[in-house]
Design a protein around this ligand. Structure first.
Ligand SMILES: [Zn+2]
Length: 724
């Protein structure tokens, strides 16, 4: 087909003049590309004009190019950026152009959210229109994400409960509706992003009409809306997990949202740091891209969000004191309360000493402003820090933060969570070096097998080539622990004998200080090594009591996660396999071993030797947390020095996992232990009675049968062992 280029050009020029005049009439004062699309019988023509705001010192009419639809492919190859804008604007511009109107002037993300974002009761405690004024501190952050802002990287290091996710949602909605382009949303794992897509993002689209009209219904057969990909006129939203290298390597993106980066893996399929991989995809859009990086921080020295934040101008939100008017950030050290009475919580002005009640907070937030605390090394990057003390009172009042602090303050593992999620700061591990000798010398005498404060017992079992090792650990409701027994069962795990010995030990009763007898509630057995089949078979017939587990390395994992079901051989019923985040468990354990005062988290050891010998403590404290550098990012790694053994550490970690899986009802056990226990003679009598009942009623192995009264008398009155 031949095209009369001159004729086409004249047509476009005429239309273009018209459009330009309309644009100028309206004092269109923001930047954007404009596309005009003509349907001309058999062919389609497109025109691209860049009209830029004078503030950006870019000519209002930068380029003018004509191309035919059949040439789009060439254009794509030449300039991908242009294609995106072609796609993005052709529907809106043509629509407005035909109606003789021009599109909305460019808005900021907060203006967009106030105008278009709707919330329903499903996702918000305050349904209705989104109001930026409810969380005034988010305004500037959102506005930096607007295309009219010069910043390309926006870093947000934050606590939970302050609405950061909503700022991100607004950014996504804005990109879908107002300035469409290719967008990528990354969460730590594929599973987490699928959940977010099905719940949070699907709700956002459904609730706001301007979004639901642009994104296809998820139920339709249209493949343009799947869990991991939403297409809309002018762009697409792809979603992936930081653990997927393919998801991070696909098409170029203009908008990149990296969420919860401190939980990202350090290395994705050996291709390197997922953040760098994702940022590489924005290269084509240099100068126009928007990269939003947010996270609650984790460990000091390893936190990615802290590292990124430190490279910015580090802005903090300053609020005015209602008394002296001086502006200052709301910091934890200025939050005060009367001992053990969180209801008295208030903020102390660092300038005039005035005690400011919580009721003043929302008013102070309104008048707040972001202030940089240093100079940024990169003018395209801006960083914000916010703790949970800024959370609007109705979401998370100061007194609740204080209550969480009081509950956490004695447990190193809980205080770490408090510092990360409420203060939005990294946690500086006091030390991960535990002195095994010190633990050996502070062993205690228990007097009884199981001390009085123990409520439940769990066990961890490590499988080695020629033996099983196991520890039984007692716990109270504050996760204070008492080592009860450590055993080594020698024998080939391919043979049944060693498992029978373990079984006997797992089923035995332990004498509690109250005279009650306790049993091991749950044992976790490690599947690692070469005896997986034996472990499965063992666990299969002891369903709830013995659980197969597999340790997985990686900081930031939960201690136990939901099981996968494994079928073994020809068996019909699958055996659940639980995953244990061993690195996290070791971190928690070592912080507890460092505790020197009795109470929550403290670890007690008996002075019975063996098994609690110096060698046991050397194994328990064998591993060290060291820093390794991989692809330029430091990562914490647990390392076992060569020549050291660590079975005792593994057993303890599995016993901790068993407690997590058990989730005991501590009150039930307290009530049980408070009842009067049988003494030895009563216990013996009941054992005899049970034996008679078993004979009369039958057991799983024996059929019921008649017994003579003399046999019964013998059993009940005579020495144990008679009457068999
Ligand atoms: Zn003051």
């Amino acid at each position: 087909m031949t095209i009369d280029i001159d004729k086409e050009y004249q047509k476009i020029k005429a239309a273009n003049e018209l459009l330009k005049s309309k644009i100028f009439e309206q004092k269109f004062n923001n930047a954007r590309n404009v596309v005009i699309l003509y349907e001309d019988g058999t062919d389609t023509t497109l025109q691209v004009i860049d009209i830029m705001d004078e503030n950006y010192q870019i000519p209002l009419l930068k380029t003018s190019s004509i191309c035919l639809r059949e040439n789009i492919q060439n254009l794509v190859k030449k300039n991908h950026d242009e294609l995106v804008d072609l796609k993005s604007l052709n529907s809106t511009i043509i629509n407005h152009y035909e109606k003789g109107s021009i599109p909305d002037p460019l808005m900021t993300v907060s203006e967009w959210a106030d105008k278009y974002r709707r919330l329903t009761t499903k996702t918000s405690s305050i349904p209705g229109r989104w109001k930026t004024s409810n969380t005034p501190y988010l305004k500037k952050i959102m506005d930096c994400l607007s295309v009219s802002s010069p910043f390309e990287q926006i870093i947000f290091m934050k606590a939970s409960q302050i609405g950061a996710t909503e700022a991100g949602n607004n950014f996504m909605g804005y990109a879908i509706h107002h300035v469409p382009g290719p967008m990528l949303y990354v969460l730590p794992t594929i599973e987490s992003v699928k959940r977010a897509s099905k719940n949070r993002i699907a709700s956002m689209i459904e609730e706001s009409p301007v979004l639901s009209s642009r994104v296809a219904q998820p139920r339709s057969r249209d493949s343009s809306n799947t869990v991991l990909m939403k297409e809309f006129p002018g762009g697409s939203l792809s979603m992936t997990g930081a653990n997927s290298s393919t998801g991070l390597r696909e098409i170029p993106v203009r908008y990149l949202f990296l969420d919860e980066v401190d939980a990202y893996p350090y290395d994705v399929s050996t291709e390197g740091d997922p953040i760098s991989l994702a940022i590489k995809r924005t290269q084509t859009f240099l100068g126009k891209r928007k990269i939003f990086i947010i996270s609650t921080p984790t460990l000091k020295g390893f936190s990615r969000i802290e590292k990124a934040f430190k490279e910015t101008d580090q802005q903090y939100y300053h609020v005015p004191c209602p008394d002296c008017g001086e502006k200052q950030p709301i910091v934890w050290s200025q939050i005060k309360w009367d001992k053990d009475n969180p209801e008295t919580t208030h903020f102390v002005c660092k300038h005039c000493g005035s005690m400011i009640p919580e009721s003043e907070k929302d008013g102070m937030l309104e008048k707040g402003e972001w202030i940089a605390s240093c100079k940024s090394t990169n003018s395209k990057t801006i960083g914000f820090h916010l703790n949970a003390l800024y959370s609007p009172t109705r979401w998370f009042p100061w007194k609740d933060v204080v209550k969480e602090y009081i509950a956490a303050k004695d447990d190193p593992a809980m205080i770490k969570t408090f510092v990360n999620t409420n203060l939005g700061e990294t946690y500086d591990e006091p030390s991960t070096q535990v002195d095994g000798n010190l633990l050996y010398y502070r062993r205690e005498s228990y007097d009884v097998e199981v001390p009085n404060d123990v409520l439940v017992i769990t066990a961890g079992v490590d499988v080695q080539g020629d033996r099983l090792e196991a520890e039984a650990v007692g716990w109270n409701e504050h996760k204070e622990s008492w080592s009860i027994d450590y055993r080594i069962f020698w024998g080939d795990p391919d043979q049944p004998e060693v498992w029978e010995a373990l079984d006997e030990w797992l089923l035995r009763e332990w004498k509690h200080a109250t005279n009650h007898r306790l049993q091991i509630q749950v044992a976790c057995i490690d599947l690692g090594g070469h005896h997986t089949q034996q472990v499965y078979s063992f666990c299969k017939f002891r369903r709830r009591r013995a659980l197969a587990i597999k340790g997985v390395a990686g900081m930031g994992r939960v201690i136990v996660s939901s099981p996968s079901k494994k079928r073994t051989g020809n068996e019909q019923r699958p055996v659940p396999l639980y995953t244990v985040g061993v690195d996290t468990a070791k971190e928690v354990l070592y912080s507890r071993l460092l505790k020197t005062e009795y109470g929550s988290g403290y670890c007690h050891f008996p002075n019975s030797e063996p098994p609690y010998s110096e060698q046991y403590f050397q194994q328990l404290t064998a591993e060290k947390l060291i820093t390794k550098s991989a692809h330029g990012a430091p990562r914490p790694v647990w390392e076992l020095p060569s020549g050291r053994r660590n079975e005792a550490l593994d057993c303890r970690v599995y016993a901790m996992a068993a407690l997590e899986l058990l989730r005991p009802d501590y009150n039930h056990w307290k009530e049980f232990l408070a009842t009067e226990a049988m003494d030895d003679s009563q216990r013996e009598y009941f054992a005899r009675k049970e034996k008679v009942m078993a004979r009369l009623l039958g057991t799983s192995r024996k059929k019921p049968r008649k017994v003579s009264s003399s046999w019964m008398k013998d059993v009940l009155d005579g020495p144990i062992g008679r009457g068999e």
